[in-house]
Design a protein around this ligand. Sequence first.
Ligand code: NAD
Length: 345
Amino acid sequence: MSTTQTLIPATLIPGDGIGPEITAATVAVLEALGAPFKWDTQVAGLAGVKACGDPLPAACVDSIRTTRLALKGPLETPSGGGYRSSNVRLREEFKLFANLRPAKTIVPGGRFENIDLILCRENIEGLYMGYEHYIPIDGDPHAVGMSTGINTRQGCRNILKYAFDYAIANGRKKVSVVHKANIMKALTGIFLETAQQMHKEHYEGKIEFEQVIIDACAMKLVMNPWQFDVLVTTNLFGDILSDLMAGLVGGLGMTPGANIGEQAAIFEAVHGSAPDIAGKGIANPTALLMAAAMMLDYVKRKDLGDRLRQAIEDVLNKDNIRTGDLGGNATTDEYAKALMTRVRA
Ligand code: NAD
């Protein structure tokens, strides 16, 4: 890295399961690329519980409050102990209302070619607010399970504005608002209604707009994904659709996500901690590397982001070095070393 370069402070959370393996690989590649980050490493998730009895330790929150920028490995939420998901808490703490999840074909020859979709998911409202309880009846403590979802006008406006502005700024053709307003008339009706109002008032003539019901959208994405471009939806639908979209482009090992708010931005892979392969050195770090490329774009170093994305394409498609989930036999380390050679070239 050039010694004259101004370093940007950023929080690094290695995370749980395969997190430390893919984070180490990503940081090594970023170092070889000359990415201008000065890392402050913090623990959270299961590692946070082990280190200080809290899945979201205060030191981690304080670090992000200072840096306003983080790269995060996947976090496990312990199932016992009444802990709330640290991912959800982080999004709420920093009001990271927009979850941007691109799904783009990198390796050709999969089930679908040339996929290039963007999902904008509302990230802090809806059915993720955790207003849940059981009603005991006749000695069964869980006789009834209840959950209350909340979507606010302002919350809808925030994510819809983000999606429309993103689509226009990035030369996209169409925004599809995905909902279930035919059944959940208030909870997702407010989202559709706000989208229609905002399009009419601010975006008509600037970008094509359509509405799609979530179940039909899932089917259409599998039958003909090219009919979509930018999709915007509520929290739970976005979570489900983004995994579906990851499946269109080679699986969870390939898709990154950015959690964006006014106070901070946290970049991560869409996938979880993959406990089934943790510690084996075979995890695919591409999703986290692509998240790091989004982080470079975010700090206005798109030049480096593009170089990293190009190196990933070249290693996967020209060098044919791939991890097991992509049908190859490279270890995480071997793949990272090939990337380091490419980004230095
Ligand atoms: P998962 O995404 O961890 O794994 C699903 C499958 O995909 C597994 O077979 C796994 O081996 C495979 N896989 C995932 N990432 C891979 C990679 N980079 N390379 C190769 N294969 C990969 O989903 P899960 O098993 O349902 O969740 C495990 C844990 O992760 C749970 O505790 C969950 O709460 C947590 N989680 C965290 C996040 C996050 O931090 N953002 C997201 C999702 C799940």
